[in-house]
Ligand binder design. Structure first.
Ligand SMILES: Nc1ncnc2c1ncn2[C@@H]1O[C@H](COP(=O)(O)OP(=O)(O)OP(=O)(O)O)[C@@H](O)[C@H]1O
Length: 255
């Protein structure tokens, strides 16, 4: 679905070395792929480049074999680190925004789908609230839900640390929901996270990014069986994978 070839990005007018250089990656339709790496290694910059917000300094980004940036825009739902909710719209109206831009189903169908998800995310009571009335974690859940509505057509979802402000219980609920509904959603997802357990629980593959002139993108295949369950965290295969991930992460950032 997504093919990245020889991708390099340097901020214009920056005297720093490139954020990353000569990256190659392939994402298949329906895959869940996490990107991990030390703070500042270039993960968000990589997503902004894929989403078309930054122009690559060098290299190609192709979606369904098309190098056109405009084709890419229609296929990608991007959730940045900041929630970017519209302050003058209620929770429900914020979630409806993708439908207003690109309607797929009737408005009524979309609203009932959103209401189901609001209830599952513990947000049913705040449907009519405005963003300034919500906690940081609630705003993040609304932004995540809106990205799900935007990406509902089987496109690519780019999620930049979507669950970072959530308490452990809410995070677990959203993980459980994602794991249960994953097959039905038929989404392709790329997720940036610093939470190694989250990456292992949700992903088919993980890319470990080390940026700079000598960038490296290591691939880790998560061969845990599906369907997955959060209790897998305690199983030997999961623990072994987690240890391996920590070892590689440490090695990639030890100079
Ligand atoms: N607008 C900018 N101009 C110049 N340099 C920038 C700009 N934005 C980010 N950078 C630099 O690019 C590098 C990569 O930043 P980026 O936000 O992509 O890292 P990250 O891996 O997502 O970090 P984190 O995990 O902390 O979110 C950092 O060194 C950062 O200082």
């Amino acid at each position: 679905m997504l093919s990245i070839q020889d991708l390099t990005y340097s901020f214009p007018e920056s005297i720093q070395p490139p954020v990353f250089a000569n990256l190659n990656m392939e994402i298949r339709q329906g895959e869940f792929v996490s990107v991990i790496g030390a703070s500042g290694c270039g993960k968000s910059t990589l997503f902004k480049t894929i989403a078309g917000l930054l122009d690559p300094t060098h290299g190609k980004i192709m979606i369904h074999s098309s190098p056109s940036a405009s084709t890419r825009l229609g296929q990608i739902a991007y959730m940045p680190q900041q929630d970017l909710l519209l302050p003058w719209r209620t929770v429900l109206d914020n979630c409806l925004l993708p439908w207003e831009i690109k309607p797929r189903f009737s408005k009524q169908q979309t609203i009932s789908h959103i209401r189901e998800m609001l209830s599952c995310f513990g947000l049913a009571d705040v449907e009519k609230a405005y963003p300034h009335e919500l906690s940081g974690g609630m705003k993040q859940r609304v932004a995540f839900l809106r990205t799900l509505v935007a990406g509902g057509g089987g496109g690519l979802m780019l999620l930049d640390e979507p669950f970072r402000a959530l308490d452990a219980m809410t995070k677990r609920e959203i993980h459980r929901w994602l794991l249960e509904l994953w097959d039905e959603l038929s989404q392709t997802v790329m997720l940036i996270t610093h939470d190694l357990e989250e990456a292992l629980l949700l992903s088919d593959r993980i890319y470990l990014l080390a940026g700079g002139v000598h960038s490296e993108l290591q691939e880790i295949i998560v061969d845990l069986p599906r369907p997955r369950h959060y209790k897998m965290n305690y199983e030997p295969q999961f623990i072994a994978l987690r240890e391996e991930l920590e070892r590689r992460l440490y090695a990639a950032h030890t100079f």
